[in-house]
Design a protein around this ligand. Sequence first.
Ligand SMILES: Nc1ncnc2c1ncn2[C@@H]1O[C@H](COP(=O)(O)OP(=O)(O)OP(=O)(O)O)[C@@H](O)[C@H]1O
Length: 332
Amino acid sequence: MPADTPILELREVSTEFRVGGKWYPAVRRVSLSVAKNETLAIVGESGSGKSVTALSILRLMPETGARQGGGEILLEGQNLSKLSEKQMSRLRGNAIAMIFQEPMTSLNPTMRIGDQIAEAVRQHRKLGWEEARKIALDVLEEVKIPAAKKRFNDYPHQFSGGMRQRVMIAIALACKPKVLLADEPTTALDVTIQAQILTLLDDLKNAYGMSVVFITHNLGVVAQIADRVAVMYGGEIVELADVNSLFAHPEHPYTEALLRAMPRVDSDAAVLEPIPGSVPAITAMPAGCAFAARCPLREPICEAQHPPLAELPGSGHQVRCFVRARQAKGQA
Ligand SMILES: Nc1ncnc2c1ncn2[C@@H]1O[C@H](COP(=O)(O)OP(=O)(O)OP(=O)(O)O)[C@@H](O)[C@H]1O
């Protein structure tokens, strides 16, 4: 694999759902790449297509009423779209692992924590229980569960929310994945625990040399964890940029609106501006720009035509906006 080959690459990936007998795209021609040891955050309001993007990577869409509408997904250059279901299931939890918002729904309430991790190891490696349990204990220590040896034999209900999320991370990391997909893993936790989990994920990412795709609606979390950010709206990427550059110079009017709606410790909470309106439903996606109806910069072209994602000269950002593209061209 050439040094600059991304670990994970999405090329024009679309995913569609059938609603009332017709197919509608929830993810629309999304192209992304994630480098080794990089954290890419996907951010956007509820309904913008973040989770469907992650589930499409693992091919975990519902069996009926959902389909891949096109595009390719490559892991270290290998086209996953060409793999059989059996090959895909070997890959899940092994080369690519995923953690979700609510650990309790993914953990088995009747099985000891240590055995759940050991079982995850045994699913992908031909090991006996004793060896698998040894690995499980090591990972439990790596995710910093205090008194891991003792807690190994506890059941999920004996753990706090934060500790359960650490267990989920341990299960995800048990087979040393190349890519970790994290879908709102800290949303249900209080802020202090959330910060601890983010620090842990970042430390583990570096220790394992992993790549992380981190899905969140929370820009504060993005600032803490991401190297690069993809802002999604209406199933599309509307802005893609380096994290520092995105916060310093947001270019898409939607990104600006998200930033204005974000609570900040260094400013007066009274100036928080919620974004009026809501994300369009997949069955009511406009032909032009998906954000046009809510956009303060809206012009007639925005409703008439669909804007392409294009690099703005001088900013290094890719942005899907006619107005910003014209302004950048004028300044160049
Ligand atoms: N099974 C389904 N059938 C029909 N539409 C669906 C289905 N699952 C998701 N959608 C739609 O696809 C769009 C994208 O949903 P998705 O869950 O990816 O959004 P999201 O950005 O992850 O939001 P959230 O943070 O609420 O999960 C939404 O409009 C949603 O209603």
